[in-house]
Design a protein around this ligand. Sequence first.
Ligand code: SF4
Length: 365
Amino acid sequence: MNDRAVASAVTAWHGAHARDLPWRDAPAGARDPYRVLVSEIMLQQTQVARVVEKFGSFLERFPTVDDLARAEEAEVLAAWSGLGYYRRARLLHKAARAVVDEHGGRIPDDHATLMTIPGIGRYTAGAIASIAFGQAAPIVDGNVSRVILRLEGREEAADDRAGQKRTWARARSLVEKSDEPGGFNEGLMELGATVCAPRNPRCMFCPVRECCGAFASGRQDAIPRPKRAAARTTLFITAVLAIDARGRRLIEQRAETGLWAGMHQPPSVERADRFATDDEVRAELGLRASSEIDAFAHQTTHRDVRFRVVLAAGARAGRGRRWVSPSAIGSLALGNPQRRILLETEVPRRAERAADEAAGGAAGR
Ligand code: SF4
């Protein structure tokens, strides 16, 4: 099969098998560019099912690029809550502001101009140009990369620099041969997501099986080669849960950079090698830990984060901390572990009462 035949087979297959997803409200190639922008950024590093849950409410909150540009960053982060990788929310927000400030609120239709917008990289620019505007711009994500490596029978890691260049070149060649660039690009991603899966690809259902190098040689599971594992680090976080007599939680905001940048959390002490002692918690936070009520582990892309949750007695607001009711916490930007600590931790009644009594007049401050 030549590239024209591959492109047309993938597009036809996609036409018959595309999943019904909320951002696919019009045929690929003629879709609202704002919806493409939001969905593509949400889908980076996040499972489709999770994006399906959040996409509708995010669009309801920010129906247009103007609405998103006008919003405060805290509102955008709160609406993004649950999707993780909050850096993407900040970039999306920046992109919306640039579209409004520099392009009159209209998302540009050509790849080169799209690439000048902060937060829009080569992949997102290709997705918008092709899926919204029907242009022959290539896109390569993890799914596309795997399909192309297997088609070409290249036993390489997907993050091999020279290999990536070849993959982008092939993606370009394919989309340029396509009569429906948006449908083809989306189809190639869909093929990787649903048929040419990382393990046990369902080659019998693949529209390009007859020209697949990996299938011909039975090397599907060897391609792509596993990436070299990045060194993981461990972080120990002692989180202090302070609850006042009205049931409000004491919260603070994290630093503007780094892990969970700018998001909210219970007052916390972090160590690279162990949990902070109660004396260290008191010295650093001015809070007195009364009892440990939870402990759990959380994984991020590069870190194993271990949490120890302690209840505090006699806590006060101030030092950048404030009391917030559970219902209001739900609308703040929170990482999943912080949400669990602040809203889902079971507090033993006796311990809660003791904390209340010790907190005394702190309530209301
Ligand atoms: S034949 Fe199998 S390995 Fe080759 S592209 Fe199709 S699903 Fe992937």
